[in-house]
Design a protein around this ligand. Structure first.
Ligand code: AHG
Ligand code: MN
Ligand code: MN
Length: 324
């Protein structure tokens, strides 16, 4: 099927969501993310040429060195989301406090985002990505910081983008996951991965084996069981590792360890959105002890252990990790 016969993201959303009053305005939010990702893709592709590689010299709220592209992508997405008219507040990995967008429409949304995931891979031209969780704003008036502290099970949609050998935009709503590929010539996204379901068979496992000795005994048993039966693939960009596992069948693990008792990854804009995508595609997301999307968050940048992907394999790993 040529791109001429494939629906664009805009047409797809109009057809799929147009009649659904429940999702009013959500297409404007998703299209804003798509436009932001088109701009970020250009920045990523030309970073080395335009002096956008390397670090800003700043340290973010995570205590991590900010890469220039982290800051550029954060600025880009804040701008397009704020301009969409349907976003009331934005939580961002690179910004300590929530960005409140005043005078937003009554039926507007809250967006939590990791604008550039896999920062350690930027300078070496390895796949990176962007991640978005989308909640409906509740209550009248402007959003407040507590508007952003919602459990993942209240998300209405989630999006991730992989800037890899091609730029792939995956959007999920209830039981509905679809992937679109960017045509760099026109800047439009075309449907290339309709109705994504995670394969029953788990082909890959993804974890940083360098942390093995820091894991507790039960978690080591879970990793050993995976090691003996699956191919190991680990990019170091969560989105890229998750995207491969979603399409080909696999499990991603970043468990708690002695160095990181709370885990390394962030609940609100890494685990919740990708957990939402995984579940809508028939997969699962757990801390190793409980469902990610049932966690009631206490603060914007809190971390969590993450076991994500093929449902059976997540359940088997969780029963070993938790002894359940
Ligand atoms: P970010 O670049 O947004 O900080 O995320 C990086 C994360 C995630 O993408 C990846 O799975 C993980 O860091 C890799 O961590 P290690 O380098 O410790 O394996
Ligand atoms: Mn990240
Ligand atoms: Mn990031």
């Amino acid at each position: 099927m040529t791109s001429g016969q494939r629906p664009t993201l805009r047409d797809f959303l109009a057809t799929k969501w147009g009649g659904n009053g429940q999702l009013a305005g959500l297409d404007a939010v998703v299209m804003a993310i798509a436009e932001g990702s088109r701009q970020v893709q250009e920045q990523v592709q030309s970073a080395a040429l335009g002096g956008a590689l390397g670090v800003t010299g700043e340290v973010n709220v995570q205590g991590e060195i900010v890469q220039r592209l982290d800051q550029l992508s954060s600025d880009t997405f804040v701008q397009v989301l704020s301009g969409s008219g349907f976003v009331a507040a934005i939580g961002c990995e690179e910004i300590e406090h929530p960005v409140i967008v005043s005078q937003s429409k009554p039926d507007s949304y809250i967006v939590l985002m990791d604008p550039l995931d896999g920062s350690s891979n930027i300078d070496v031209a390895v796949s990176i990505g962007s991640i978005f969780g989308i909640w409906r704003k509740t209550g009248a008036g402007d959003a407040t910081p507590s508007s952003l502290l919602r459990p993942g099970n209240e998300q209405v949609a989630a999006v991730y983008v992989v800037y890899g050998s091609s730029t792939v935009f995956v959007v999920a709503t209830q039981n509905d996951v679809n992937g679109f590929t960017l045509d760099p010539k026109t800047g439009a996204y075309f449907l290339t991965h309709p109705d994504i379901r995670i394969p029953e068979k788990c082909a890959y496992y993804s974890t940083n084996e360098g942390n093995f000795e820091s894991l507790d005994e039960a978690t080591q048993q879970a990793v050993l069981k995976l090691r003996n039966a699956h191919s190991q693939r680990y990019v170091g960009s969560l989105v890229a590792d998750f995207h491969r596992n979603l399409l080909k069948g696999g499990i991603f693990l970043y468990p708690a360890d002695v160095k990181r008792k709370e885990g390394r990854l962030r609940l609100m804009y890494e685990a919740n959105p990708l957990g939402f995508v995984a579940e809508q595609a028939g997969g699962a997301a757990s801390t190793g002890y409980r469902r990610i999307m049932d966690i009631m968050p206490e603060e914007l940048h809190q971390r969590t252990p993450l076991i994500l992907g093929n449902k059976d394999m997540v359940e088997q790993s969780v029963s070993l990790i938790s002894g359940g």
